[in-house]
Ligand binder design. Structure first.
Ligand code: SF4
Length: 272
């Protein structure tokens, strides 16, 4: 073997690891050792942006992922958090089976059918003793739509629960009320595309480029060179990239907005 061959190996485990092969399923090229035999889709759960990801499967197990190019939210991009969306599957402390506390208080693993039977029996026992409205359910805005519908049907029709609520009516109650009073409906009246089309973007307490990088990408794609106003006591990465940073004192945002509202009303009164 010559010195050239020693320095430049054309085969070996590290070289093989760099090899790509057609991934099929519209995936372009993928590492040869991770070539999938099927794919499925998921929505990244790390932040609320909702990026679509394609999960690469081999023998039914997730081995890799890529951002879905056709998904309108992220259009083939993912931030570093999204690229790690499969990491929880390998977490050693991940619960993969139901756990039931035994008489000594220790949690022990039981089968799904045993857990379901136990759950129903205990809910029924409480209802029989204290009435049907003694048990309530609480949903979460983190549940996908299908799961939330199923959860509601199961609780109401399956378990006979009378009362139910969700965190969307709790932590979001003030925001939803304000939206409704200001805009006539209970959701923010903007779209992701506004980040790409607006002339002025005001970010209040939001470190967008770190917390939701895919949305920050849209700001960066905006061809109108928008004025970016960051209102934040912190000199965040977003504040540093903004065209204006108002580093107001912590908890003084309300005073700022009351002041702005006052000025707007004054200007409006001058006009009319
Ligand atoms: S911005 Fe990043 S963390 Fe948020 S949904 Fe998209 S990929 Fe996931």
């Amino acid at each position: 073997m010559g010195i050239g061959d020693l320095l430049h190996r054309r085969d070996g485990p590290l070289t093989r690891d760099l090899l790509r092969e057609p991934g099929a399923f519209g995936l372009g090229q993928v590492p040869a050792r991770l070539a999938p035999d099927a794919t499925t889709t998921m929505v990244c759960g790390f932040c609320s942006t909702g990026c679509g990801l394609s999960v690469h499967l081999r023998d039914g197990r997730a081995v890799n992922l890529s951002p879905s190019p056709e998904y309108p939210v992220n259009g083939g991009m993912a931030c570093p958090k999204g690229w790690e969306a499969l990491a929880p599957l390998a977490a050693t402390d991940r619960t993969t089976a139901p756990l039931l506390r035994d008489a000594s208080g220790a949690l022990r693993e039981v089968s799904w059918s045993h857990a379901a039977g136990e759950f129903c029996a205990r809910v029924r026992a409480v209802q029989q003793q204290h009435g049907p409205d003694s048990v309530a359910f609480l949903g979460s805005g983190q549940l996908p739509t299908e799961e939330l519908v199923f959860f509601g049907a199961l609780a109401k029709f399956g378990l006979g629960m009378v009362h139910g609520d969700g965190n969307t009516r709790q932590c979001m109650a003030t925001a939803a009320t304000a939206y409704k009073e200001s805009f006539g409906f209970d959701a923010p009246p903007y779209t992701y595309r506004d980040f790409e089309e607006s002339d002025v973007i005001v970010l209040v307490g939001s470190n967008l480029c770190i917390a939701h990088p895919i949305l920050w990408e849209r700001v960066c794609r905006n061809p109108h060179r928008p004025e970016i106003v960051a209102i934040d006591p912190r000199a965040t990465e977003t504040a540093q990239a903004a065209t204006r940073h108002y580093a107001i004192a912590p908890k003084s945002d309300l005073a700022l907005f009351y002041g702005l509202a006052h000025l707007l009303i004054e200007v409006f009164e001058l006009i009319v």
